[in-house]
Write a protein that binds this ligand. Sequence first.
Ligand code: NAP
Length: 336
Amino acid sequence: MNKQWLLAERPTGLFSKENFQLREVIIPELKDEQFLVRTIYLSLDPTQRMWAQMDTYLPAVKKGDVMRSLGMGVVIKSRNPAFKEGDVVQGMTGWQSHVITDGRDYSLVPSKSGLPLEIYLGPLGMTGITAYYGLIEIGKPEKGETLLVSAAAGAVGSAVCQIGKIKGLRVVGLAGSDDKCRWLTSELGIDAAINYRSANAWQQLKDACPKGIDICFENVGGTSLDMALGLINVGARIPLCGYISEYAATEPGPGVHNLAALISKRAKIEGFLVLDYVHRSREALGELGKWVMDGRLKYRMDIDEGFENLPDSINKLFEGKNTGKLLVKVSEPPVE
Ligand SMILES: NC(=O)c1ccc[n+]([C@@H]2O[C@H](COP(=O)([O-])OP(=O)(O)OC[C@H]3O[C@@H](n4cnc5c(N)ncnc54)[C@H](OP(=O)(O)O)[C@@H]3O)[C@@H](O)[C@H]2O)c1
């Protein structure tokens, strides 16, 4: 049997169980060129909140369809010569325990690399590629510059922070708890981390960026972006990666008041999508892999258990309850 979470209603605010319907269906026989995947991990991503609600860079998930999701699984039956039993693959599995696919848009995971499988949904997957190209291509870092990263203790943010250090930047992170800030400074080695919920966050940010901000890697938007704009230098670059402060908001946010700083500072804000860089993933993954192996790129996987809890687990992203990359484990990885 295949367990599936279907989108039942469009969410308002955080996800609730009522937005979804859990069902079990019989797994049909495979046709030629198809293979059957048992899902191991599902990647939980802020963008799924948008997919559930509206058309964006992808059409909204239709009501009654399996909730769209990136995932990883193992091939357990195959009639496709390119994917054999035991292969570990990743692709748009959706929120389901099993998937039948012809392999289009699926890729093989290097499961014999000796690294934990989940890393390929984190720093050596879409997360890492987003961090890498967002910082390198849009941020255009120069040694000695100051980089500010919002949602710094999250999946993308924690990778950006460390790539920034590797590139010789002064790195300052914004995060939502003192524990996250401690992790960023003491384990990931960034120069300063500020709990944006603290009363004097603005003063702390000014103190942490005595030479202003040259690059702001923006994951949050709203107040966070506004603070950064107040400190940008001439020629600053702002890679706009995400705007999570508004994805699950029920009211419009406070807005951004300091946009005019872009004029006087001749600064540039630029949105980007990782999808536009997937064809160049080999280059990024080569660098990221090297940094993981030599210990300069550390990572934390935040793995929830339980397919049934998916609607609760994904809310952790919008409540700041995750540190590092959030996944849900659906079944056991294959034993080597
Ligand atoms: N452009 C692209 O192609 C692309 C690709 C991947 C991800 N993204 C974007 O990158 C961002 C980070 O994604 P991720 O997967 O790495 O998630 P993540 O950072 O691991 O998790 C989200 C984090 O955002 C913070 N947050 C949530 N609501 C907030 C709010 N109202 N105000 C301030 N902070 C808030 C929370 O951390 P705190 O505890 O610190 O608040 C939370 O842990 C998202 O905006 C996502 O949409 C973009």
